[in-house]
Design a protein around this ligand. Structure first.
Ligand code: IMP
Length: 203
């Protein structure tokens, strides 16, 4: 099918992380239905072997595209802490080793930072889209600080220790809608949606 003939109502999201699916769907709204790997009946552990978010993100999309032949997108996210020279960055998921645990990752991060007063950090998300056999990348950044202790019970990952610039709450103290006002993932998803709208309007 020619790209100009395409009409889409749903798109496969190459992730096993249910939190990411919920967040991206909430950021996108009802313009497009996001289909998770689980919903598509695909059970696969996708490796993240590379040194950059871009490469890991692309690896996930390519793996699922090769497997299914479908257009799809994926994302990789890292938390970059200035006082730790950008660590944990691309290693955020397994910062405290295997098996990956959000509690252990946060404890290690707080321990490494200690009483350091420079607590600036950012989340960075890279979304990779494979669309009509071409690859496209979209990024989103959220600046903030690392708190001295975890706060809140919402969200996932490092959300209890990250407070975005412009808010007095940790991500884990926010509703999904509130997190989406600031979120790296939402900013990258906005670019993805804009791109798809532009492509489809050229039809
Ligand atoms: P990955 O993109 O799945 O490799 O995630 C990297 C690490 O960052 C994992 O430990 C995630 O739990 C964490 N992470 C990813 N996105 C977020 C977020 O929006 N908030 C908090 N932690 C996140």
């Amino acid at each position: 099918m020619q790209e100009s003939e395409k009409k889409i109502s749903s798109l496969l999201f190459a992730t096993n992380n249910a939190h990411k699916v919920t967040e991206i769907q909430s950021a996108i709204g009802n313009q497009l239905q996001v289909i998770s790997l689980a919903e598509a009946g695909i059970d696969i552990e996708i490796p993240e072997p590379h040194d950059t978010l871009e490469q890991n993100s692309l690896e996930k999309a390519r793996t699922i595209h090769h497997l299914t032949g479908l257009d799809c997108f994926s994302e990789d996210t890292g938390l970059e802490v200035d006082a730790l020279d950008g660590e944990p960055g691309v290693r955020s998921a397994r910062y405290a080793g295997e098996p990956a645990s959000a509690q252990k990752n946060m404890s290690k991060l707080l321990q490494e930072l200690g009483r350091n007063t420079n607590r600036t950090a950012r989340f960075r998300t890279v979304i990779s889209l494979i669309w009509a056999n071409e690859e496209f990348l979209f990024d989103g950044v959220c600046e903030g600080i690392i708190l001295e202790a975890p706060q809140g019970r919402e969200g996932f990952g490092y959300d209890p220790v990250f407070q975005p610039l412009g808010s007095e709450l940790a991500f884990a103290e926010m509703s999904l809608a509130e997190k989406n006002k600031y979120s790296h993932r939402r900013k990258a998803a906005d670019k993805l949606i804009l791109f798809l709208q532009q492509r489809l309007s050229q039809a």
